[in-house]
Design a protein around this ligand. Structure first.
Ligand SMILES: *Cc1c(COP(=O)(O)O)cnc(C)c1O
Length: 370
């Protein structure tokens, strides 16, 4: 060897490619590619950030105690069983590094969030994929693939990019079906958006099972994606393991202070939920009405399927929408190349998307007929 070589697994990782954020040459741009909230952050969080700006020469308090207290208060949890991370991606990484050894397995479902594969490989582990039915995780298929080497089962609930979810009784069946040495990681990044009575983010399951972890984020409904802030809730022994490998200052003082203000601003979250409840069904209905398949979603985004007909494909739709300043997310990396994922945006953005998709489909029809 003539130069340092990363250990096995590292170069097998396909780097995560984030959605585009701009549309060159267009005026007004709506970024609808990363499931960010159109309502922006809580004004209280912005103010708290301004007020602490002069303190950034100092290291943060390493355990994010004040923020864990605030989260504990808000969700009725013991702050000692919460760990903060630089985004929930950070928590997923810590879980993989702490629990998956070389040759051991990280298991997730077919259209599951791509980060699970990345963190499994980064830990030296082997990614194992369970097939889905109807773009929804299949508990039996997951359980069938559990071996004595399975260290973590990752489940995004609801899942990104499909928008599908598993009801509590199914997640319970999954938790009960796993061997005691296998961790179940419930990634509830979109939990706040779900209004179904048969859904739970995972708090009760964590309390009932020593091997269940729930991860949450401030990047989605809380509107703090740029600050990088997420958390995990688990039994004490899991939190203890993660704290041992966490870097001592993994959460910035700015993120902590904004997070405290954000988690206390219930009115802002309620407004975001109400906005989503209005526009998620509206977009689903309007876009389905154009003859496009829309996967039923409980999150703040929808996956739209385009036909293979030349002139109407997802790649052509992507180009057309981008030329109108509407930036969606191609999800070919998930094996969903005929789909685009659309984040529920502002009223103006949503109306612009429906109008542009209407034009796109009509133009394609005109071309097909002509
Ligand atoms: C966006 C998202 C996250 C959040 O990632 P952060 O690192 O907290 O920004 C986690 N899981 C899923 C499924 C997501 O879509």
């Amino acid at each position: 060897m003539t130069r340092p070589v990363p250990r096995p697994g590292v170069l097998a990782i396909e780097p995560y490619v984030p959605g585009k954020s701009g549309a060159p040459g267009t005026g007004r741009v709506f970024k609808l590619s990363a499931n960010e909230t159109p309502l922006g952050p809580s004004p209280a969080a912005v103010q708290a950030l301004r007020d602490m700006a002069h303190e950034i020469a100092l290291y943060p308090e390493g355990s994010s105690a004040a923020l864990r207290e605030a989260i504990g208060e808000r969700y009725g949890l013991d702050p000692a069983r919460i760990i903060m991370g630089a985004g929930s991606d950070n928590i997923l990484e810590l879980l993989a590094v702490a629990f998956i050894g070389p040759g051991e397995e990280g298991l997730y479902s077919q259209y599951g969030f791509l980060e699970y594969k990345i963190v499994t490989l980064a830990a030296g582990g082997v990614p194992v994929v369970a097939p889905e039915a109807n773009f929804t995780a299949d508990v039996d298929a997951i359980l069938e693939r559990v071996t004595e080497k399975t260290r973590i089962v990752f489940l995004a609930n609801p899942n990104n990019p499909t928008g599908s979810y598993l009801p509590t009784r199914e997640v319970e069946r999954l938790a009960k079906g796993l061997p005691a040495h296998t961790l179940l990681v419930l990634d509830a990044a979109y939990a706040e958006y779900v209004t179904r009575p048969d859904y739970e983010a995972g708090i009760a399951l964590v309390d009932a099972h020593e091997n269940v972890v729930m991860t949450r984020t401030f990047s989605k409904i809380y509107g703090l994606a740029g600050l990088r802030l997420g958390w995990g809730y688990a039994s004490a022994h899991v939190i203890d393991a993660l704290n041992r490998i966490r870097s001592p200052f993994n959460v910035s003082s700015a993120a902590s202070v904004a997070g405290i203000a954000a988690v206390q601003d219930m009115a802002h979250i309620d407004a975001a939920i109400a906005h989503n409840e209005k526009w998620l069904p509206w977009l689903t209905r309007k876009i389905s009405g154009l003859g496009l398949e829309v996967l039923p979603s409980v999150g703040n985004f929808i996956a739209i399927r385009f036909p293979e007909t030349p002139g109407r494909t997802s790649a052509e739709a992507d180009r057309f929408l981008t030329s109108r300043g509407l930036v969606l997310r191609a999800i070919g990396a998930y094996g969903m190349g005929d789909f685009l994922r659309l984040t529920i945006g502002s009223q103006e953005a949503n109306e612009a998307v429906v109008a542009a998709l209407g034009e796109f489909m009509a133009g394609a029809k005109a071309a097909a007929n002509g």
